[in-house]
Design a protein around this ligand. Structure first.
Ligand SMILES: Cc1cc2nc3c(=O)[nH]c(=O)nc-3n(C[C@H](O)[C@H](O)[C@H](O)COP(=O)(O)OP(=O)(O)OC[C@H]3O[C@@H](n4cnc5c(N)ncnc54)[C@H](O)[C@@H]3O)c2cc1C
Ligand code: SF4
Ligand code: SF4
Length: 425
């Protein structure tokens, strides 16, 4: 049998459903060699356009969130930090919201991440914030965004539940040589931590690491199906807001001639077990932002809003501070009025707000054994306690998670075609 080429090895990440479209392989290989772009699958994925060598692919495997995921680097764990088996390293957990009612209203939940981004800029702690906003090219996607002012930050409020590649040009961002904060999904945070092992500028320049807790995003094909259910042609969409303007606020779809709104529950469905997600999200070992200074979540009991209560919910974040800099930042922001704390909470509250995260965290190790059974790439993980969490499950549950993964692979549900650029690219 012939040896896998560098291209085969990169495409294996995609074909085995492990690519989340973060964009960092383009930064690692160079945009003249690997281009992350919309492909026929509807996702943004890497396409090899130049000479790729094995050393570069080794580096990609060491950085890509599909192949390597870590928790908080041990040197950042304070001696007085607590460790919860599910929720990871933490120093303080609170319910909180933005001090400015306009920010709280516009933002996805209570505006904690937006308020912190604005606070970091106002106080000169960073020169800019790297995060994501609605894509200018594809309204249901997100795109990397740099904010230098409050006005910039406000254009990026809300959660983007579509493909989003905030790290696509991380080299150019680091080339600025200026201190910045990064807000990205837990997998984006993990990717940048991976990149830090190869590029010392990351730890010099990234002063704060902030993340939304993340259950995954909507695959492009499911998004198209959702739009068609609303009798909207996906091609006609000119603007798409997933949530915000209340909590969760309406999902708002604009075309040149119409504005349609749907409830968050119409978008995601009432049952978290039935959410349509990319395969990588189904086997995600860290949706809770273990490697961030601060992770901000929703706080609906049971994990979902109700149709009645969400009409008047002003939005309250559950916030996990994991590091000393995270605690210092949040407490300073409260002192200066940028944030309001309602009360302290603990891991049991997070568990009641996020039952789907707890289920996934406990199941992931068994799912990885299913990957190994099928000779799939098993992501390398560090400091995430996955085996420990798994053995606490009844053996029959471990077996069913493992078997379920094998079944999905053999049924082709965990496989993507080899990336081909979409025609419009
Ligand atoms: C894909 C996804 C899945 C989520 N799943 C869950 C969940 O299971 N449970 C839960 O409690 N919360 C989940 N959230 C988080 C929740 O929706 C809120 O983002 C979080 O509570 C923070 O609220 P906020 O009001 O502080 O955010 P805001 O103040 O509105 O700020 C949001 C920040 O996140 C950045 N951002 C938004 N989308 C993306 C993206 N796709 N990639 C990178 N950066 C982005 C924005 O640039 C902005 O800076 C998810 C968010 C996302 C993006
Ligand atoms: S997850 Fe990121 S690094 Fe990995 S293959 Fe996809 S785009 Fe490249
Ligand atoms: S579920 Fe995990 S892999 Fe999927 S978008 Fe969220 S953090 Fe990334």
């Amino acid at each position: 049998m012939s040896e896998a080429t560098p291209t085969d090895r990169l495409y294996a990440i995609v074909e085995q459903g492990l690519c989340i479209g973060c964009g960092i392989c383009q930064a690692v290989a160079g945009a003249d060699t690997v281009l992350c772009t919309a492909t026929e699958s509807g996702y943004e994925q890497p396409v090899v356009i130049g000479d790729l060598d094995h050393a570069t692919v080794d580096r990609i495997y060491d950085t890509c969130p599909g192949t390597r995921v870590g928790g908080l680097p041990p040197q950042l764990v304070d001696s007085d930090a607590q460790l919860d088996p599910v929720w990871g390293v933490w120093k303080r957990m609170v319910r909180a919201w933005a001090g400015d009612p306009m920010v709280r209203h516009k933002a996805a939940t209570g505006g904690v991440l937006t308020a912190l981004a604005g606070y970091l800029l106002d106080t000169g702690r960073v020169e800019f914030v790297l995060h994501a906003k609605a894509s200018t090219k594809r309204p249901t996607f997100g795109e990397r965004h740099l904010s230098f002012s409050q006005t910039d930050v406000l254009t990026a409020t809300g959660s983007r539940y579509g493909p989003t590649a905030p790290l696509i040009d991380i080299d150019a961002v680091l080339d600025r040589g200026a201190p910045f904060a990064f807000i990205g999904k837990p997998c984006d945070i993990g990717t940048l931590r991976n990149h830090a092992r190869h590029d010392p500028r990351v730890n010099e320049l990234v002063r704060y690491w902030l993340t939304p807790v993340c259950g995954g995003y909507m695959p492009p094909a499911s998004m198209d199906a959702f739009l068609r259910r609303l009798e909207v042609n996906p091609e006609d969409v000119t603007a798409f807001r997933y949530r915000g303007h209340g909590c969760p606020g309406p999902t708002r779809i604009e075309t040149r001639t119409t504005v349609r709104e749907a409830h968050y529950l119409d978008f995601w469905g009432d049952d978290a077990n039935m959410w349509q997600l990319p395969w990588r999200c189904k086997i995600c070992p860290d949706g809770i932002g273990e490697a961030a200074d601060i992770a901000a979540a929703d706080s609906w009991p049971g994990g979902s809003p109700t149709r009645e209560d969400s009409e008047h919910d002003p939005g309250t974040n559950a916030v996990i501070m994991r590091t000393g800099p995270g605690v210092e930042l949040l407490e300073s922001a409260v002192r200066d009025g940028a944030l309001v704390i309602e009360r302290d909470i603990g891991p049991e509250d997070l568990t009641s707000y996020q039952p789907h995260q707890v289920r996934k965290k406990r199941a992931v190790w068994s799912r990885y054994q299913g990957l190994a059974d099928e000779n799939r790439i098993v992501p390398h993980t560090d400091n995430l306690r996955l085996e420990q969490l798994s053995v606490a499950l009844p053996t029959e549950m471990q077996a069913s998670q493992r078997e379920g993964t094998r079944a999905r692979i053999t049924q082709g549900k965990a496989t993507q075609p080899r990336p081909q650029p979409a025609p419009q690219e």
